[in-house]
Design a protein around this ligand. Structure first.
Ligand code: CU
Length: 480
């Protein structure tokens, strides 16, 4: 028979530990961690995350998440109706600690057209909450769960057709920090990849409906970070200072594609593989499954712009999966020298060094006979030659290749444009208010071809409509 004496050690230890709210976890099971008081969860829009939990004790944490169906822009001129948790893609970031009792309020705005629900991968229970949270427009559903496992988890809508709800942007991340919190770092950001499927091709303007067949075939028109092309580039880039440690909470909503997440010019000092406890070190590229996540950490040692990509690289340069981390601070020549020299390299000896000069280029023998032919031939040259850098719609790539579409620089001076295609261009230029400082090599084209391609460029994408003739090209050529 048990007496009070049997329980005495337990009483004493309980007394002792309850005096120190933040004492190391003395509970064998997370389900036994008691919650003290109530607290409204801070939710944030990407790329921001709520404040770290630090050493706070487990709480009853109230999460109020509002579903909004709303139109947005997936890239310049292309509209898309997103379905969102909290008004953004990905949805609001939720930050909890192990042992929290989360009271989840899922609110479906009355203006919405469809019912939705939520499956949180951090939930232990049927459907990850989906069964208890199916909610019609103008209603709110409440359910509650205890966070048992620390880690970074995806949440998403699980209403049929599930793939369509996810494809429209219904996903986000919930972090469950361990007892005592993750180690503090200088900067934390929230990034989530997603693939989008539109009726029109990539770049086709106007309001684009979701394309079920392309989604089934996993033929994405857009693969992006944080819901749209350019959500993390230019003025939207994330930032840090030299010497700081950056932590990225990276998720992949899918619905279809796996991400090969990489930061160009950085090495991840640590990766919490798949968002769990296991830490890998010194990683170049980490795989993030659809419906999965990873926490990556690295110290930034040198200044510059570091490009975040899905290293399935056409997705980055052609479909949008490209972000930027801008690091400011002092250079460190020990770590990175910058360009030291540009020497002539002649593996076969100096005898055969010959960069063809423009004079040696064979003139094409079938000249265009009309404006229509100029446009047709010019488009061919554009696709073969200029497309790779200036992109299909002349939109360019931020910070790398200037746009030719609606380019003030192009439209201001036709002879200068001819000169650039003839001889190449380097040094700083400003196009539509953005600075570029890069190199365009000279293009090996005949005068005829240059006339056609520039006519095509000038008569596309809202440019000035100038017609360029072979004679104009020759006169720029002969000025030298
Ligand atoms: Cu939904």
């Amino acid at each position: 028979m048990k007496t009070i004496a049997n329980y005495l050690p337990l009483f004493i230890s309980l007394l002792f530990f309850s005096c120190f709210e933040s004492k190391e976890n003395q509970y064998d099971k997370a389900e036994d961690i008691p919650v003290t008081r109530e607290m409204i969860a801070e939710l944030t829009s990407p790329p921001n995350v709520p404040a770290p939990i630090g050493r706070r004790s487990a709480k009853k944490l109230i999460v109020k998440m509002e579903i909004l169906e709303k139109e947005g822009e997936i890239t310049d001129g292309v509209r898309y109706v997103y379905w969102t948790f909290g008004g953004t893609v990905p949805g609001s970031f939720i930050r909890t600690r192990v042992g929290d009792e989360v009271e989840f309020h899922l609110q479906n705005h009355p203006d919405n057209k469809l019912p939705h629900n939520i499956d949180l991968h951090a939930v232990t229970g049927p459907g990850g909450g989906a069964e208890s949270s199916f909610v019609a427009p103008g209603h709110e559903k409440v359910f509650s769960f205890k966070t048992l496992n620390p880690g970074l988890y995806v949440y998403h809508c699980a209403t049929a057709p599930v793939g369509m709800h996810i494809a429209n942007g219904m996903y986000g991340l919930i972090l469950v920090e361990p007892e005592g919190g993750l180690p503090l770092v200088d900067k934390e950001y929230y990034i989530m990849q997603g693939d989008f499927y539109t009726k029109g091709d990539n770049g086709e303007r106007g309001l684009q409906p979701f394309d079920m067949q392309k989604a089934v075939d996993e033929k994405a028109d857009y693969v992006v970070f944080n819901g749209k092309v350019g959500a993390l580039t230019g003025d939207n880039a994330i930032t840090a200072k030299v010497g700081e440690t950056v932590r990225l909470f990276v998720g992949n909503g899918g619905p279809g594609l796996v991400s090969s997440f990489h930061v160009i010019g950085e090495i991840f000092d640590k990766v919490h593989i798949e968002g769990g406890d296991k830490i890998n070190e010194n990683v170049q590229t980490t795989l993030i499954p659809a419906g999965g996540a990873a926490i990556v950490e690295f110290k930034v040692d040198v200044p510059g712009t570091f490009i975040l990509v899905d290293h399935s690289i056409f997705r980055a340069f052609n479909k949008g999966a490209l972000g930027m981390l801008k690091v400011e601070g002092e250079k460190n020549k020990k770590i990175y020298s910058g360009e030291i020299r540009d020497d002539i390299y002649l593996p076969e000896g100096p005898g055969i060094q010959s960069m063809p000069t423009t004079d040696e280029i064979v003139e094409s023998d079938i000249p265009a006979k009309s404006f229509e032919e100029q446009m047709q031939f010019g488009k061919q040259t554009y696709i073969q030659t200029c497309f790779a850098c200036h992109q299909s719609e002349g939109q360019g790539i931020p910070n790398a290749f200037p746009p030719l579409a609606k380019s003030d620089y192009l439209n201001a001076d036709v002879n200068r444009a001819i000169d650039i295609v003839l001889h190449g261009k380097s040094g700083e230029i400003t196009v539509n208010g953005e600075k570029y400082n890069s190199v365009m090599t000279k293009q090996m084209l005949s005068s005829e071809e240059i006339a056609n391609v520039l006519t095509y460029v000038y008569n596309s994408w809202d440019n000035s409509g100038k017609v360029v003739s072979k004679e104009m090209v020759d006169s720029v050529k002969n000025k030298k």
